[in-house]
Design a protein around this ligand. Structure first.
Ligand code: FAD
Length: 399
């Protein structure tokens, strides 16, 4: 392994990650691209698994720079929103034409201190190479949360698997089966719509009723347009499930209290009081033959219990995303927030001098909330400024 004294180029800045946050950093940050190396496992957004699926954000919300042409030029006329693959290509082009040097590979570890970081990179051919930089910006994004071991053993899959199957025109995983979607944010709602044409029935289990943006819920992360189809399917199937003309499966949305898998059955409980909302009230027992399978719970807070034969059920996990990081001691000891994202100050500085972060790995939840780290700005260390309430050393969070 080379030492820090070895004569390899010392970059002013190394950006780790190849998604929209990396592009924002290179295009809008305060270190010139010519002094920047970007190291990414791939070039393009982490939403690439959505393929031709139309994104929730409008074109203007997804711009990573003010360059002419931009995302609008690759989006079809009449479309407010790009597809994930159009956005992927746009991010890739933006990085490639930025003037920064791009090195493809997976960063395994970062060591060193401000002024001299050594970055270990696993190259595509299996070899390891090293990059030296004065400062590092982490832009490593996030990935869909995976089902726990118990649920994975029961066959549960993450919602990204649904998108991957659809991209390959495969529906065997859910065709003719009951589908239980755990998590009813946008990812769950959208996965439900994708499986609906082929499933026997779809039940969405959410921990709350989110509501449509912006009429029911002003939060930009409430249900967006692609989720509207599932909203409609719940209402329409409530009216028509079991009618002869109705060919689309029954789709229900329930705020649930308990979920279990045992003895070859998936079961869940729910109460009437937590389902007094536009979708829950249309999904309670009494609406159609599927909901008739519900049994009254003998006692406890939940009113109803339903179960399905695991052998004829597909469980789809859609409970959000988790930040992704390279390994190694330095990154493991960076202070994180209560969701596991890196805690950063107003300059994007982490708790370790010289290490910055932006994008999903720093808790910035959307492209237009991704702000570049100001690496050259006069440094005010994190410890003296914004230490978020509940922030704690990563090792504590992870145990
Ligand atoms: C289903 C879904 C839909 C979404 N829709 C929208 C939307 O419509 N609008 C919106 O604004 N946001 C949306 N988001 C959120 C969106 O994913 C983020 O805003 C955005 O992708 C974050 O960009 P990023 O660059 O931080 O991370 P990512 O896009 O995840 O990019 C991170 C990159 O870093 C690379 N990387 C990771 N680890 C390493 C390593 N060790 N070494 C080298 N490279 C590494 C990865 O390969 C990846 O390319 C959606 C998210 C999901 C899951």
């Amino acid at each position: 392994m080379p030492s820090f004294n070895e004569k390899i180029r010392r970059w002013r800045l190394a950006v780790i990650g190849g998604g929209s946050a990396a592009a924002v950093q290179v295009r809008q940050g305060d270190v010139p691209p010519q002094e920047t190396i970007v190291i990414g496992a791939r070039w393009g957004t982490g939403m690439e698994f959505l393929g031709n699926f139309i994104l929730q954000s409008y074109v203007e919300e997804l711009q990573v720079s003010d360059s002419p042409g931009g995302l609008r030029s690759v989006v079809d006329p009449g479309q407010l929103r790009p597809s994930a693959s159009q956005f992927d290509g746009y991010v890739r082009d933006s990085l490639m034409s930025s003037g920064a040097v791009l090195k493809q590979g997976r960063v395994l570890e970062i060591e060193g201190t401000e002024g001299a970081f050594l970055i270990h990179v696993l190259n595509g051919d299996g070899t390891i190479s090293y990059v030296c930089a004065e400062s590092v910006v982490l832009a490593t994004g996030s990935a869909p949360r995976q089902p726990s071991r118990r649920w994975a053993e029961a066959g549960a899959v993450s919602h990204e698997v649904v998108h991957a199957d659809i991209a390959q025109r495969r529906t065997e995983r859910w065709a003719g089966r009951s589908v239980i979607v755990v998590g009813a944010g946008n990812s769950g709602m959208q996965a439900a719509a994708l499986v609906a044409p082929d499933a026997a029935e779809v039940v969405l289990l959410g921990n709350r009723y989110v509501g449509m943006f912006p009429t029911e819920n002003p939060d930009r992360f409430a249900w967006r347009a692609p989720s509207q189809l599932t909203y409609e399917l719940v209402g329409k199937s409530a009216l028509e499930c079991g009618e002869r003309k109705w060919r689309t499966p029954c789709v229900r949305h329930l705020v649930y209290d308990g979920l279990d898998v045992e003895g070859g059955r998936v079961s869940w409980t729910y109460s009437e009081s937590r389902n007094q909302n536009p979708l829950g009230s249309r999904s309670l027992p009494g609406r159609c033959r599927h909901a008739q399978a519900a049994e009254r719970t003998p006692s406890g807070p939940a009113d109803w219990r339903e179960s399905r034969d695991l052998a004829r059920t597909t469980v789809v996990w859609a409970t959000g995303n988790e930040p992704v990081f390279p390994g190694g001691e330095l990154v493991a000891t960076l202070v994180r927030d209560d969701k596991g994202a890196l805690a950063v100050d107003e300059f994007g500085a982490t708790s370790t001098p010289g290490v910055f972060a932006l994008g999903a790995c720093a808790g910035q939840p959307s492209v237009n909330e991704t702000t570049p780290a100001l690496v050259r700005a006069e440094r005010r260390f994190f410890q003296r400024s914004l230490r978020p309430a509940g922030a704690t050393a990563a090792k504590e969070v992870l145990t």
